[in-house]
Design a protein around this ligand. Structure first.
Ligand SMILES: [Fe+2]
Length: 286
């Protein structure tokens, strides 16, 4: 596998491996190590079908189940995939004020996939199925470089802190209300608690673990904790820590959710943009 750095501190082009074909153990190992070092890997020219995407994610761990029955469409219904799409099944533009529209609009907020779950998502694989002529970028932030740049006092202060994450918190920021969710949604997705600082088991490097789902810090007054989360998010998403991915047709992008955050950038064009999302879970609670 040939790794070519794309960003300042992370993110790389991964060449020389065809992720559409069954991966041997050495290839899986090489990708795992590259993800631990680079955080974001771009595999170019990988037109994928669902079976290939499913086989790919299963090589890295248990696929994340998508529990969004209320937001799935007939076309995108799949136990492990979710379409980040700008169109409805009939090709019409997605209504930004529909529950699905609001849910997807929250991707504009800096977030980490699956931090609202326990165990959380470890890796994401996103397959470009349809792109407009000028697709919007997806931005990634290096939470490891952001952690390194904190003062020693700040590091000492936040080490050991625990954060509550909830999907309902991030979605409320986009205007979703209780009535927009299926009745059992709250029971199915209770809030979870994760450390604010994580250590990558392969590299030993520490990173911030933040997301739009991060609601407050356990043991601190809610407003104090929220202000700290906001301050750290602002710090971690300064341009020096960000890589903006420019999508090309048939890109398959994989990223390490343990130490990167990402966000969509605005797109309001009429041409469809469909990215098929899939995630791999951690084996243990975090
Ligand atoms: Fe995401």
């Amino acid at each position: 596998m040939k790794i070519t750095r794309l960003g300042n501190t992370f993110a790389a082009l991964a060449g020389g491996v065809d992720v559409r074909h069954p991966l041997c153990a050495a290839e899986v190992d090489a990708i795992e190590h590259a993800l631990a070092q680079e955080g974001v890997l771009v595999f170019r020219a990988m037109p994928m079908n669902d079976d290939q995407q499913q086989a790919l994610i299963e090589r890295f761990g248990p696929p994340s189940e998508v529990k969004l029955e209320e937001l799935k469409t007939a076309k995108s219904a799949h136990p492990h995939f979710f379409d980040v799409s700008t169109v409805e099944d009939d090709g019409g533009k997605l209504d930004p004020n529909s529950a699905r529209g609001m849910y997807l609009r929250a991707n504009l907020l800096w977030h980490t996939d699956g931090s609202q779950a326990q165990p959380p998502i470890r890796l994401t694989a996103l397959s470009a199925r349809r792109l407009p002529a000028v697709p919007p970028d997806t931005e990634y932030a290096d939470m490891r470089a952001a952690y390194d740049a904190l003062s020693a006092a700040r590091k000492a202060e936040i080490d050991g802190m625990k954060v509550e994450h909830s999907i309902f918190y991030s979605r409320s920021k986009m205007g979703m209300k209780v009535a927009d969710w299926a009745e059992d949604a709250f029971k199915k997705r209770p809030p979870v608690v994760h450390p604010l600082v994580r250590t990558n088991p392969l590299t030993g490097r520490k990173s911030l673990y933040l997301a739009s789902h991060a609601s407050h810090i356990i043991g601190l007054p809610v407003d104090t904790g929220r202000a700290l989360i906001e301050e750290l998010t602002e710090h971690a998403t300064q341009r020096c820590f960000v890589y903006a991915h420019k999508w090309a047709p048939d890109d398959l992008v994989m990223w390490d959710d343990r130490w990167t955050m990402h966000r969509a950038t605005p797109y309001d064009g009429d041409d469809a943009r469909v990215l098929r999302w899939s995630g791999v879970l951690e084996l243990e609670p975090v």
